[in-house]
Design a protein around this ligand. Sequence first.
Ligand SMILES: Nc1ncnc2c1ncn2[C@@H]1O[C@H](COP(=O)(O)OP(=O)(O)OP(=O)(O)O)[C@@H](O)[C@H]1O
Ligand SMILES: [Mg+2]
Length: 268
Amino acid sequence: MTDQSVSRADSALGCQDLTKSFLGVRAVNGATFEVPRGQITALIGPNGAGKTTVVNILSGLMKSDGGTMHLESTETTNWESEKIARLGLMRTFQLSRELGGLTVLENLLVAPHDQPGEKLFNIFFRPGRVTKAEKAHVERALEVLRTYGLYELRDSRASDLSGGQKKLLEISRAVMAGPKVLLLDEPMAGVNPALIERIGGYILDLKAQGVTVLMVEHNLNVVEKICDHVIVLAEGRTLATGRLSDLRENKEVVSAYLGEVIDASAIS
Ligand SMILES: Nc1ncnc2c1ncn2[C@@H]1O[C@H](COP(=O)(O)OP(=O)(O)OP(=O)(O)O)[C@@H](O)[C@H]1O
Ligand SMILES: [Mg+2]
């Protein structure tokens, strides 16, 4: 199966026939889609549809049992996450993964994409000896914190942040390296309406900077507002892809997801 809705030439990221089982249960069962370059794509579907598992596979956190995937023109099937990150793909987690014992700033300095420990040692333990590159790294982190409204909290322990602030920290950590492709797993879940609006604005800003975004999202009002393209996943397979307005006309999608989970009027 191939996704005909986005040509391979326009795709920044994609997968074909991905499968993944946990203890005999098929969590992902043939997921196939392309993510258009430079756009914001929503990955939607009922709880347990396999959305997070697909994100885990695409980011290299988990190996698939079968199928293939690509980042731009590079086949990345079963690559390690570090290698995928080096090609410019970063992701956030559905449950924030901040390092609670570290400060907000330190969380950015040790963000997963970063160089191994050696270079960071000086920043933490021999501040007098920091090199130019290390200084630039700190400057970059402070700039990212400013962008996401966390600058004032830079010396706070990450564990002391509110749920919403932790979501912002997740995004900051992923953005730190200047990703080309960003995977966001429910970046607005459990967040108040004002912050939902703000995070939506940040995601649109990233798009304006040329970043390709694939975001798992349950809130269809958000999807309608900021997403260009939608992928519907159900029982581990791609049910449909396209614009949200087109999918609303798709009976299979409505009965499998839209109609049951959300009052159709909420997205009209
Ligand atoms: N590590 C794991 N071990 C066992 N089963 C798992 C594991 N991860 C996911 N699953 C199962 O795989 C299926 C898909 O889970 P997944 O988390 O990918 O769904 P999801 O679409 O992200 O759901 P949600 O909207 O609730 O976040 C579920 O049945 C889940 O229980
Ligand atoms: Mg999930």
